[in-house]
Design a protein around this ligand. Structure first.
Ligand SMILES: Cc1cc2nc3c(=O)[nH]c(=O)nc-3n(C[C@H](O)[C@H](O)[C@H](O)COP(=O)(O)O)c2cc1C
Length: 231
């Protein structure tokens, strides 16, 4: 038997108490109960995150807070405010080039990680990069376009977004309805990209031997003493 489709409504919000409430009330007025609504708050100063909703009765199993992604925390947050987006757009630049599409995008997502955490900071770029890739895939699934912007004046944008010292800005994502639909770029052949077994071996039919790990007797002994742990 086919399941009813679930509708997911994602609401980037900034000082939007009026609209968030009416959007929730519109959603709950629909005939289908198969919905989920996510509010991505960009650090609102109004009651966006604490609205007394008519819809609250629909949050019996999950509290409203579970549907809320609050801004201003390390991680991912959305920049909806037009003036802030414009300001950020001025510093989305690389030497003498400025990416015009950044200031024009209706939503900018700043991808940040907590570099103050001594364990996490080693993996910050993988973690935030993976989160960004998932956001881009989800945007595409929703019919939206996105662009990763890495050419940035990071200190300037960190100042605009009031990022504390321990919050590192990895990149920006612009999100919006695509202005054009270009054909997919020509992909490089895999043979140009893959090294088989070890670096430099471009042929899958050629055997390879591993390289030698540097270090003396002591480091070999220490490696042998490591305990294998399984999770
Ligand atoms: C690491 C990285 C940094 C990027 N930085 C910028 C940027 O600063 N400005 C910009 O307009 N696009 C930027 N892009 C987007 C690329 O210009 C290009 O649109 C995107 O990679 C898609 O093209 P492709 O499928 O040929 O890779 C960046 C992409 C990547 C992967």
């Amino acid at each position: 038997m086919s399941q009813p489709a679930k509708v997911v409504v994602v609401m980037p919000a900034y000082n939007a108490e009026k609209y968030v409430a009416s959007t929730f009330n519109t959603i709950v007025a629909q005939t289908s109960n198969e919905w989920e609504a996510i509010v991505m708050d960009g650090g609102s100063k109004d009651k966006t995150v604490e609205i007394d909703l008519k819809a609250k009765k629909y949050f019996s199993e999950k509290s409203y807070n579970d549907y809320l992604i609050k801004g201003g925390l390390p991680g991912v947050f959305s920049i909806r405010d037009a003036a802030i987006r414009k300001e950020v757009g001025q510093h989305a630049a690389f030497y003498f080039i400025r990416w015009a599409h950044v200031a024009e995008a209706p939503l900018i997502i700043a991808l940040c990680g907590d570099s103050g955490n001594r364990a996490y900071h080693r993996y910050l770029h993988e973690d935030v990069g993976l989160a960004g890739a998932q956001i881009m895939l989800q945007a595409t699934a929703l019919g939206l376009g996105s662009c990763w912007v890495g050419g940035l004046d990071r200190p300037a944008i960190a100042a605009i977004l009031k990022l504390p010292e321990n919050v590192e800005l990895v990149g920006l994502l612009t999100i919006g309805f695509p202005a054009e639909e270009p054909p997919p770029p020509v992909r490089k052949p895999l043979t140009d990209l893959i090294h088989y077994e070890v670096y430099g071996n471009r042929r899958s039919d050629v055997a390879a031997t591993p390289g030698r790990v540097p270090g003396g007797v002591l480091s070999i002994a220490l490696r042998r003493l490591r305990l294998p742990v399984r999770f």
